[in-house]
Design a binder for this molecule. Structure first.
Ligand code: ZN
Length: 133
């Protein structure tokens, strides 16, 4: 068989769903600096979008930025001055780790516990994957 024929064959046998996969759009962090603090305005909106509780996200974010933070009327108040890109990168990592399904890439997941191990279960495709803590 010629190389071109092999290529064509391989292409034809590719399942269609791998070609058009919906991509989840990361929520954009809106923040401003107020004195020695950085405020993320739309924190509760981001959590709504990804369906996660603020305690879990807060723990991750403060650990990554090595600072203290609190929640005030749906806004995240970080101790220290941070750039938007810094916070955005951490939120993106959080979503990739704790929200997006490793199989289908959709955000319709929840965290469950199986035999004391935290797993990410996808309600869209049913995939279950262990979570790194
Ligand atoms: Zn899935």
């Amino acid at each position: 068989m010629k190389y071109e024929e092999m290529l064509e064959r391989a292409y034809k046998s590719m399942p269609e769903k791998t070609l058009k996969r919906e991509r989840f759009e990361m929520p954009k962090v809106q923040c401003f600096v107020q004195g020695s603090r950085t405020v993320v305005n739309n924190f509760s909106k981001i959590l709504d979008t990804i369906n996660r509780n603020e305690k879990h996200a807060l723990k991750y974010i403060t650990k990554q930025l090595a600072t203290a933070a609190s929640i005030d009327a749906g806004r995240l108040v970080l101790k220290g001055v941070f750039r938007q890109e810094q916070i955005q990168r951490i939120i993106d990592d959080y979503i990739k780790t704790f929200v997006l399904c490793t199989e289908c890439g959709r955000p319709d997941t929840k965290i469950i516990e199986q035999k004391g191990v935290k797993m990410l279960k996808c309600t869209a495709c049913g995939a279950i994957a262990p979570l790194r803590d």
